[in-house]
Design a protein around this ligand. Structure first.
Ligand SMILES: C[C@H](O)[C@H](O)[C@@H](O)[C@@H](O)C(=O)O
Ligand SMILES: [Mg+2]
Length: 394
């Protein structure tokens, strides 16, 4: 069966929310005194935008096939990613068949090995890979989940990340993940405030609703251990990304030191099968949380997930909208998903990559039927009202 070839790949940038979901305006919970590795500097403690969490913006990758079919994807990457696509990766994409996804990935990864391996380069490779899966699905008129082997369950269930786990419970989510607001630089007073927040939420949600802390790489081993022990009294289900991503040794120690039954999770800033092999083989965590738009795309996440399965680890991808939903629904070791509450007060369910993706599905009562995903590719369209900018061409 002859398959179309890829005629063009184009890279655009977009600002304002979307895939770079930290790129929000004032008054948003996601930028309200969240603990980060920069919080040791008081001038960078109140707002993550102050130190540049949103400098990259969204990268839009578009691939057009010889039969006129167009696939696309969005991820975090902006102008840096656009440069890498147009000036470097395009040569491996244009002229290839729409089915050459593995080969294109291998060439993109090995050709950028001298300056890539993780971070913006893997974000960019992920964006291309997601666009290629979208294109293949559209050419074959099949949803991506069907290309991956099909659903293993009838619906997805979600926990919600945001400032209001109490409202998330009312909306039908299975749990609520709080962004930790105080780190080591704020001493015992900060630790007490963290626990007070957890205690208040536990009081509101009762005993059977998951509560988690997301520490966004901001702690040290001692603080994380003390936080976990203090939080145990209020049934903290997991402590997420407590340490910097490269501190595999610290994670391995933390996992031995947290109270019995508390889970240690990490991985959203890790990339490739090799990075996750380190996390798994060093016993760093119980759940890995790759972001499919940052770890290498669907093509790499398939490999990461199989490795995790062999280690009896769960794979719960970091919130990445449809790009992870189509994956999670097909994996037995991905029993639930994250949904990032992008409404400024975390008081209503809005599409995660708002406003960039039209037809982006949202959880209803904390769940999403697999049938909602039964549209070709990832089943979303780029919002034509979003002003695309193409900073480079080739
Ligand atoms: C809520 C966290 O601080 C981050 O903003 C979020 O992007 C990520 O860590 C998550 O797990 O959702
Ligand atoms: Mg996280």
């Amino acid at each position: 069966m002859s398959m179309p070839t890829i005629k063009h790949v184009r890279a655009f940038t977009l600002r304002g929310g979307g895939a770079d979901y930290h790129d929000q305006g004032d008054g948003h919970w996601i930028d309200d005194h969240i603990s980060t590795p920069m919080a040791k500097y008081p001038e960078y403690r109140q707002s993550r935008r102050s130190f540049g969490i949103n400098v990259l913006g969204t990268l839009v990758v578009e691939v057009e096939a010889s039969d006129g079919t167009v696939g696309f994807a969005v991820t975090t990457g902006g102008e840096l990613g656009a440069f890498i696509v147009e000036k470097h990766l395009a040569r491996f994409i244009e002229g290839a068949k729409v089915t050459d996804i593995e080969k294109i990935w291998d060439q993109m990864f090995n050709a950028t090995l001298y300056y890539g391996r993780k971070g913006i380069v893997l974000n960019t490779i992920s964006g291309v890979d997601l666009a290629l899966w979208d294109l293949l699905g559209k050419v074959r008129q099949e949803p991506v989940h069907q290309l991956l082997g099909g659903p293993v369950r009838d619906e997805l269930q979600f926990y919600a990340t945001g400032a209001r786990p109490d409202l998330a419970k009312e909306m039908g989510f299975i749990g609520g993940k709080l962004a930790l607001q105080h780190g080591p630089a704020e001493g015992e007073e900060g630790l007490r405030k963290n626990i007070e927040t957890l205690a208040t939420m536990r009081e509101r949600v009762g005993d059977d609703f998951w509560l988690m802390f997301d520490c966004w790489m901001s702690l040290d081993l001692n603080y994380a251990t003390r936080l976990a022990n203090a939080a145990s009294e209020f049934g903290l289900k997991w402590i997420e990304e407590a340490l910097p991503p490269d501190d595999y040794w610290g994670y391995a120690a933390l996992r031995q030191q947290v109270p019995s039954g508390m889970l240690v999770t990490t991985g959203e800033h890790e990339a490739t099968r090799w990075g996750f092999r380190m996390l798994l083989e060093m016993g760093c965590c119980d759940i890995i949380q790759p972001d499919v738009g940052w770890c290498g795309g669907i093509t790499e996440l398939i490999k990461i997930s199989a490795l995790a399965d062999a280690h009896n680890a769960l794979v719960v991808p970091h919130g990445s909208s449809v790009y992870s939903y189509h994956f999670v629904i097909t994996r037995t070791n991905s029993p639930f998903s994250e949904f990032l509450m992008m409404a400024p007060k975390a008081d209503q369910v809005v599409p995660m990559f708002n406003p960039q993706l039209l037809d982006e599905p949202i959880p209803i009562n904390g769940r999403m039927k697999a049938s909602v995903l039964d549209k070709p590719g990832f089943g979303v369209r780029l919002n034509p009202e979003c002003q695309l900018h193409r900073p480079y061409d080739h």
